[in-house]
Design a protein around this ligand. Sequence first.
Ligand code: GAL
Length: 980
Amino acid sequence: MDTRPEDARLPYYEDPSPGSGTLPARAWYATSDAARLSLDGPWAFRLSATAEGADTAFTQDGADTTDWQEVTVPGHWVLQGHGAPAYTNVRYPFPIDPPRVPTENPTGDHRRVFDLPERWPTDGEAVLRFDGVESCARVWLNGRELGTFQGSRLPHEFAVGDLLRREGNVLAVRVHQWSAGSYLEDQDMWWLPGIFRDVTLLHRPEQAAADFFVHAGYDHTTGQGTLRVDCVPGGRVTVPELGLDLPTGEERSLPVEPWTAETPRLYQAELATEGERIPLRVGFRTLTLEDGLFKANGRRVLFRGVNRHEFHPETGRALDLETMRRDILLMKQHNINAVRTSHYPPHPAFLDLCDELGLWVIDECDLETHGFCELEDWRGNPVADDRFTPALLDRARRMVERDKNHPSVVIWSLGNECGSGPGLGVMSAWIRERDPSRAVHYENDRAYPDSDFYSRMYASHAEVELIGRRAEEPLPDPRADARRRALPFILCEYAHAMGNGPGGLSDYQRLFETHERLQGGFVWEWIDHGLPKRTEDGKTYFAYGGDFGEELHDGNFVCDGLLFPDRTPSPGLVEYKKVIEPVHITGDPANGTVTLTNGHDFTDLSHLTFTWTYAIEGEHVAEGELKVPALAPGASAELALPEHPESDLSGEAVWTVRATLARTLPWAAEGHLVAWGQLPVPGTATPPERRRGTGALVAPARADEGIALGPGVFDPASGALTRLGGLAIDAPPRLDVWRAPTDNDLGAPWQSDARHGVRWQEIGLHRMRHRVDAVDADGASLTVRTRVAPAASDLGLLTDYRWTATEDELRLTVTVTPQGDWPCPLPRLGLLLGLPATFGQVTWFGGGPGEAYPDTRAASALGRYELPVDAMQTPYVRPQENGARADVRWAELRTDGGTGLRVTADPEPFWLTARRWTSGQLHAAEHTPDLVPGDTVWVTLDHAQHGIGSQSCGPGPLPQYHLNAAPARFSLAFSEVKGA
Ligand code: GAL
């Protein structure tokens, strides 16, 4: 880029260098015996439209701030009524001209007056620490400028001892939304300026620890831990539990229990210098790269991971401790063992919690320059621009120095999506030198010169399998190829959890468990970043990109998490928990056996209790405990199931074996379900003729109302069912192939593969017409021949409905024959019917309790369930197809009075969906309040559904989950349930 005269005198916020006046980076710790004063709370606040729009008089004593507003620190001013948040994924929301930023640069002046506590010591130094300010700050204390800094999610400290006074200290901070640093912070998330992490004044006694580095290794061959704590100035380290008392800088080895994410064993310790005592928690573990694998304490680790942005719907990236803990508890309770802190170091307290509760952490630097990919060859990319190199190094240093003492942190990641450039090499070289004990990760350079992992995002199953076999496509440079081929592999992002999905998780997991090179993956992402809003009539909902008047935005792409914004687990998280469960339960009930395999990497099964239950047609019959040997990691055992319990019930029988926590652990209570498996008992499934009625078939007959057939009445002209016994049918059952496209159906604009959700609309599957060709009543049946097809196309589905009946049951066989050359799979193939709104209660025997689709059905368990229609909906932030229940054998929809419709599988199970709006209304809705219940309960009884996949960012459904347009036949039986 050309330089211009003004570049030589850029203001600090456009200066690409890291800043001025700050202290060297050092380890973060939550407490010590040195005094500290939190400066969090209400601050006076003034917003200006430009960086230079206001004077700096506010930095002085006695400045008049009576007309200022107030904000809470930590916080983002745009979430506190000043300005607005904005969302872009890749694109910078300002012209790309690094390091320059727009003149329109929202700037928040913050001011806080504070007194020192009574007992604030008079000796030593004092340090003012900012744990996170987005994106650039200039700081004054008592009228004196301390300096400036950039690097939003990294700590910055200033020495302030000589400026402090007992009372009336004036701390003034000017924060600019845009700075040169913004070019390094193009993560896919809301742009949220502000002082969003803690501000603290720290007393630094004479001879306090300036910095320290805990080295705690574990030799799995001897069981010995080795501890050395480096500290300036020197002091002593004590670990009472181990009887250790040694000088800093010295090493001691002795038998210990190791730290792993499964066994987060921490030893309480203390570091004492002459001036300060710091409580430490030491976890002994050693990380190695050997045999082409990443190992902890000598064993390959399988990451069952998730990418976590810091997010709270009310406070954005300002997170309280409770929320951090909640995230980790939810992760642990859902069998997640690893987290990538995408794409910046989290609040440091989060890592303390990871140490304590046990998660493997990829700590990622606050760095992404993705927006440069919009320019040819990433022109101007800061990681290839010398002017930014000091800032890159500063970021790497601040992350590593801050977080180096956490056993949970096992991998340093340079950042996300910066393409390639020498700046990354500078970062990795410094990190490797400073901390050779951990691995380094970077994904976005195909040759991986700066990474100890071959890492990909959203790679297809086929590609991952090739990599698993170390048979990937070679790189052009043989040396680079050989190096990469020797690396362990992770999917640093996969399974895009946007809306309904992600699909295909089981298929990835199978690969990870087959090929040892594949060390697992990190689902994208943990939580939907939806921000609460209210409609004019007071309904609350979650908003996304474009809802705040942004000129440039990426819509609901910001809502792609396993948790809804309010932290309710989505079906995707329930599915993930099942897919990654650390105990595999399979078996051969015909032989009376169940097989248990320990999928943990480090622990045996002694923390689990195993129980069995036996159910017939979803009715509980018996239960008991299963004695399972402790089983080493990776080991299996085949155990005998008990004798079949006696029961008067008849029908489909299933064993369910569950592994639950035998005692309360810090992350879940005794009894918490960890893993389960179901074993259907062969030969017990109810034969169709017993499931439906057994009466003799009756013939159709002309009646006043139309054609009568058993309990049914049909319109003679259209062949439509209008009544079933006493039930009025609002909309007769007829073929339905449309679903409100999911985000994964629609795919991302950059996808090269077919995007079926787009195709379906082009073809017109949402506006199919039903032409009635014939209504034939013969001696045994009523047959209605139709052709179902969209306008402007010669594609069609010849659809025949053949109705037969007994006195009290209608049976329907649907035959579908596609016509024309269908260019894509169908969304669904089934029947849609409408019942009056009063039919609001659903009972079914089939898969549940939650939704399932062909490639998201691992967590669907056979059982008998009952739910109101309203509770069968999944409230995706952008409404879309949801709520199907798999493998349904029978279902009843009833009124409060108990009157209802019973649908029976004949014999193949069906997919059941019931909702108070049509697929068309679901499709048209942009936010949840757009869905307004109508007068009809719409019930879809599907013979088949198309898979879900992950194409909102990754691959679509695997071919085996495609619902191809092909001849099909399916049958169902309908009867009336009489109320009490
Ligand atoms: C990745 C990126 C993430 C996120 C994701 C899509 O490319 O690293 O930050 O944007 O795609 O949701």
